[in-house]
Design a protein around this ligand. Structure first.
Ligand code: C5J
Length: 232
């Protein structure tokens, strides 16, 4: 256990009980030609966080911590995509349409994949989710409980949509959650800033926020032993 400097106060970090939860770092959100771009968004701010996410992921793997990746997407027949989600907005490409990276937000298509720099390694959990929250219609809660996880450190995109929804779902399920503020981003800078403020307001009503440097320092703290050697 180590105290990780965070807002609104230090996060009681216990690597043996904590999972790194990486939300939707998929080509469809991060690269040109995907779902995010089809909605008229500039994807470059999302691309810019990839090296920071990779640094935290590498340190987490070295420390032996639990890693979970999520992917937003739908079955090829779109039977798990509610009509409201399919018809919402005015994208140049709708979910299921054929784009430069295959069918948009469809499981197994090139755009659905996690960006190569953050590709899951064997043994890491990959959760496919049809919604914005990673707990809705997925086995995530059961998988975390089976591993004795009580805390989550979150990274990924987009801050105010899938990251925040998942963090709120997790908070309601009793997990202590910390969002790595420079390893998450939004197509809308004001929405990211508002989300960070909402999470930490009222004494951390949804959880904690800290920079990647603080997480990396905590992972390097001798008090955070590699999980395999942790006597707990
Ligand atoms: C969105 C996500 N923004 N992963 N998905 O539609 O945040």
């Amino acid at each position: 256990m180590t105290a990780l400097p965070a807002r609104p106060f230090a996060f009681p970090f216990d690597l043996a009980r904590c999972a790194l939860l990486i939300i939707d770092m998929q080509r469809d959100f991060v690269e040109p030609g995907g779902f995010g771009a089809s909605l008229g968004n500039d994807v470059s701010p999302l691309q810019a966080i990839v090296p920071t996410c990779a640094a935290v992921l590498a340190a987490w793997r070295t420390a032996g911590g639990c890693v979970v990746h999520t992917r937003e997407g739908h079955r090829p027949d779109l039977s798990d995509c509610p009509p409201a989600k399919l018809s919402r907005g005015n994208p140049s490409l709708r979910i299921g349409d054929l784009g430069p990276m295959g069918r948009v937000l469809v499981i197994g298509e090139p755009g659905h994949a996690i960006v190569p720099a953050l590709a899951p390694m064997p043994g890491e959990l990959v959760i496919d989710k049809p919604g914005k929250g990673a707990f809705y219609a997925t086995p995530l809660q059961a998988e975390l409980q089976q591993r004795g996880i009580r805390q989550l450190v979150l990274m990924g995109v987009t801050t105010e949509v899938c990251v925040q929804t998942t963090m709120r779902e997790a908070n309601d399920r009793g997990y202590d959650c910390l969002l790595v503020e420079d390893a998450t981003d939004s197509y809308f800078p004001a929405f990211k800033a508002a989300t960070l403020a909402m999470i930490t307001a009222q004494g951390g009503i949804v959880g904690w926020v800290a920079p990647a440097a603080a997480v990396l320092a905590a992972l390097a703290d001798p008090a955070v032993l590699p999980v395999a050697k942790n006597p707990a």
